[in-house]
Design a protein around this ligand. Sequence first.
Ligand code: 13P
Ligand code: SF4
Length: 309
Amino acid sequence: MEKAQAVLKAEIRRLLADRKAILLAHNYQRDEVQEIADLTGDSLGLSREAAKTSAEVIVFCGVRFMAESAAILSPGKTVLLPREDAGCPMADMITERDLAEYRSAHPGAVVVTYVNSSAEVKALSDICCTSGNAVNVVRSIPPGREIFMVPDRNLAHYVAKVSGRAMTWWDGYCPTHERLTGEAVKKAREAHPGAPLIVHPECPPEVVGMADAVLSTAGMQAYCRRSAAREFIVGTEMGILYRLRKENPGKRFHIASRALICPNMKLTTLEDVRDSLADLSPAITVPEGVRARAKAALDAMLAVPRDAA
Ligand code: 13P
Ligand code: SF4
């Protein structure tokens, strides 16, 4: 098994050099995919790296909306998503048509769209946000404007509470984070007394209300690196444990529930990465009209000062 993996990894590295390609892996990918990646990170951080790289080909190990964001920010580069079927059920919960209907009924509303969304939905939005900057993005909207957030109801609930802004939202959710219950958190706390509980804002409000810190995946890496605590209870997809453990060898990390596994994030194997590089497929493209409008919503987000909170 290990020998087969070593052979595959060598083949991938050779193909990466031949194709002038860079391999990016999201924090939730399988351990062996993260291990061979040039860069690991959160969804937006990786897309921004993709925009900066001099590589001609970007292999994005993640889900479709992430590869689309890379294609939006990096026109002219080939963006590969090794598993075409790796989607995000939450991104699929709102369609372009749903949002167009909302917009025509509420022409004055500012639409804030989480990056976990399709390129078409981003293209109909005023501004995007990530789990790490959503509060700042909402605070940047002039007071008195109507605010509508899509597609994640849990992120929106959290942002409304922290920012104090009146807003409404779409009723989407992440099926993986939704599975983390208050009951499971209580059990994890009993099993690991004193360990801080860090959760992703996609978790249900009950769980977010119990947390010591509510963070994006990149925020969790930074928090655990800086914290003096020796043990942590982690409320997000379990793939994040790979890097947390690697970067913090003296600290212990406990997943808040064994149910925290995203099947789409686990689809991509080393074989898929090798085949994708060999065939330069499946390539993700975004039609230019959609790309330009979606990029405007992403650029509006990137213009919000990071420490405006
Ligand atoms: P991040 O943007 O924090 O990486 O999260 C992406 C995601 O899919 C969370 O479920
Ligand atoms: Fe989508 Fe949830 Fe999977 Fe993230 S963890 S990719 S939000 S289904």
